[in-house]
Design a protein around this ligand. Structure first.
Ligand code: ADP
Ligand code: MG
Ligand code: ZN
Length: 644
């Protein structure tokens, strides 16, 4: 995008310059002086006029050659006035410089007055005169309009051609601004350039294979994804990944940013979307990539509260319409990227739109190692460079920050005139980047990291050992990741068709396992559990009021029917009494207390496993279900042996 801005700026500058230039050629290039009629009359009487061209409204004259250094040269003659000061942009091309500094013939122009004696006087002084019927408006029109316009267009098209297809040209506001990535082999991005986000790469590989051979997929009637949304924190390589897809697939790639749609002119954004899809359909199979989707796809209802933005809304509506309007078999894949999925309009995420989301999260230890390798591929590295150590010192760094570290290290090494970049250079570079991040308050300290590791391990252990709770698939403590401070991925509740009371209680225990572990290890609890507690409260409340799982009020739905303001207080209105609310609160607390005690018990009984898991997490930052199972099995074996 930066390049495009530069381009249009230089374009307008050029046009401006050329207008100034033309103006100076056409209107001040020849030293034609405008003189008054009386001055003209004086010159005539003094016999100093050589020839005159008479036009309907003015006279062009040529003065007789005069020696400039003559003493008697009339200083008051308008023709010998010192040249008027020109604005600095008037460029002198030598056209108005007298060829012979000694002898000059001056041209002048006079506005013609109604002078019946003119011809007679000219005759009398022997002036060569002739008339000329000239269509002034035409020459003026050509000089003032056609030529500049022509220059505009020639320049515009020249620049557009030089910049390659798709560059914004003159007068195409509202036209599709997307740049098609030429698959230039010299700067092609491939999957080799993207490291540390292997799962995301695996998922987009599917897109590539679809684009390479759409028939293979459509043959059996398989449904293809229409829209793929890359979601992740800034700098994790979403844009890079999209470009790699284009590079690998070798298909046209329409690349533009959400902010490109949002223009100040009404209707331009929507027109641009229409145009984009028209172009894409003509070029299918192809990819449309909308970076920073949130710029155009912000929740419409949210916008309405703060005044709304009709233009953006129109654009978004047009985008939705276009996405619905094309056949997934047509071979167009739309990719979007955002680091703020929460602000997106829900309509964008519905089936048939961006219905597949790919998480591009911050890399773990191994991932960071790989990224260090990618960005030092072309470096001369000293023998002591240890990528694992570097990765260990950069927890929470995204790809962009690691790229930054590598660049900084290379700079430091060159400044010291080294032949190769040493580990120390990298370490200095990391310190600099960390200092920058600390200023932005973006790093968590080692103690917090430890708390998070135990908290997440607590979830994993309780979740694993509780009947009904889903087995934990993945635990991560990568700081600043999409799940705030680490997340424990479990199969989501919504995927289940039915859940028993035991399962719900198991889920609650798993959720409380995090806080229980903190409590046991540190003797204190932190704010990190707020999200867990919210979920617990939701589940418990639903158990008691929706599913009739209360012990004191079994099998009774206590769902509140909200009163409809338009229908009045009809019979369907049902509010819970205060007594009932108190009962629900009390039973909720009992359920939560019991679950918490059980979670604490499980954690206490498996403290060694908890320690082992937290240590592994602190080391690797991300562990999966197999790691968890292995730790639990190992410790179980140890216990069995000890017992035997
Ligand atoms: P995002 O779009 O997610 O904000 P970018 O794709 O713009 O991030 O990343 C910026 C730069 O950081 C990339 O051009 C690349 O040099 C580097 N980078 C980011 N993520 C990765 C990664 N996973 N692997 C290698 N380099 C990366
Ligand atoms: Mg980006
Ligand atoms: Zn938690």
């Amino acid at each position: 995008m930066k390049q495009q801005q530069k381009f249009s700026l230089s374009y307008y500058l050029l046009v401006f310059l050329s207008i100034v230039l033309m103006e100076s050629i056409f209107f001040s290039g020849t030293a034609v002086k405008e003189i008054s009629y009386s001055q003209f009359r004086n010159l005539l009487t003094d016999n100093r006029i050589k020839s005159v061209i008479i036009e309907s409204d003015r006279l062009y004259g040529l003065e007789k050659a005069q020696a400039l250094d003559e003493n008697h040269s009339d200083k008051n003659s308008p023709i010998f006035q010192p040249p008027r000061k020109k604005a600095p942009w008037h460029i002198n091309f030598g056209l108005n410089r007298p060829k012979d500094s000694q002898r000059v013939e001056r041209q002048f122009v006079v506005t013609r007055l109604d002078d019946p004696h003119l011809i007679a006087d000219l005759q009398e002084h022997g002036v060569d005169y002739r008339g000329k019927i000239e269509s002034h408006w035409l020459s003026n029109f050509i000089a003032n309009w056609i030529l500049p316009m022509g220059l505009f267009i020639v320049l515009g098209s020249f620049l557009a051609r030089r910049k390659g297809k798709g560059a914004a040209g003159f007068l195409d506001v509202g036209k599709n601004k997307a740049r098609i990535y030429a698959v230039d082999p010299s700067q092609k991005v491939t999957f080799d350039d993207v490291a540390g986000v292997d799962e995301a790469v695996e998922e987009v590989k599917e897109v590539v294979s679809f684009l390479e051979n759409p028939q293979r997929f459509t043959r059996l009637g398989a449904k293809l994804p229409k829209g793929i949304l890359l979601v992740g924190p800034p700098g994790t390589g979403k844009t890079l990944l999209a470009r790699a897809v284009a590079g690998e697939a070798g298909v046209p790639f329409f690349n533009l940013s959400g902010s490109d749609f949002v223009e100040m002119f009404v209707g331009v954004g929507a027109a641009r979307v229409r145009d984009l899809f028209k172009d894409a359909k003509a070029k299918a199979p192809c990819i449309i990539f909308i970076d920073e989707l949130d710029a155009v796809g912000k929740n419409r209802s949210q916008g309405a509260i703060i005044g709304g933005n009709d233009e953006r809304e129109n654009t978004l509506n047009q985008l939705l319409t276009e996405m619905d309007g094309f056949d997934p078999q047509s071979g167009i894949i739309i990719m979007g990227a955002t680091n703020r999925p929460e602000v997106l309009d829900p309509a964008l995420l519905r089936p048939g739109r961006f219905d597949r989301q790919i998480l591009v999260d911050r890399p773990d230890l191994d991932g960071r190692m790989e990224i260090f390798k990618v960005h030092t591929r072309d470096f001369a590295l000293g023998p002591n460079v240890d990528f694992r150590k570097l990765a260990a010192e950069t927890p929470g760094f995204a790809g962009a920050e690691i790229a930054n570290v590598c660049n900084e290290a290379a700079l430091l090494a060159s400044r010291k005139d080294r032949q190769a970049i040493l580990q120390a250079d990298f370490q200095d570079a990391i310190e600099r980047v960390i200092a920058g991040l600390e200023k932005k308050n973006k790093l968590i300290n080692p103690h917090e990291r430890k708390v998070v590791a135990y908290h997440e391990s607590g979830h994993a252990i309780v979740g694993h050992l509780t009947a009904g709770s889903d087995p934990v698939q993945k635990v991560s403590i990568i700081p600043r990741g999409i799940g705030a401070l680490g997340y424990t991925l479990q199969t989501p509740l919504e995927d289940r068709f039915l859940m028993s009371r035991t399962e719900l209680l198991g889920k609650i225990k798993g959720l409380l396992g995090g806080r229980a572990a903190e409590d046991i290890i540190f003797g204190d609890v932190s704010t990190g559990a707020s999200n867990d507690l919210e979920k617990v409260a939701d589940i418990v409340r639903n158990m008691l009021t929706v599913y009739g799982m209360s012990e004191q009020m079994p099998n009774r739905s206590l769902v509140e029917k909200s009163s409809n303001p338009f229908l009045g207080q009809g019979p369907s209105t049902q509010r819970r009494s205060e007594d009932l609310e108190a009962l629900i609160d009390k039973e909720s607390q009992t359920i939560i207390n019991d679950a918490y005690q059980e979670a604490r018990k499980i954690v206490t009984e498996h403290r060694s496993e908890l320690e082992a898991m937290a240590a592994l997490l602190l080391e690797k930052e991300k562990i999966d279900g197999q790691d968890i199972k292995r730790i639990l099995d190992e410790n179980q074996n140890n216990k069995d042996q000890a017992a035997a």
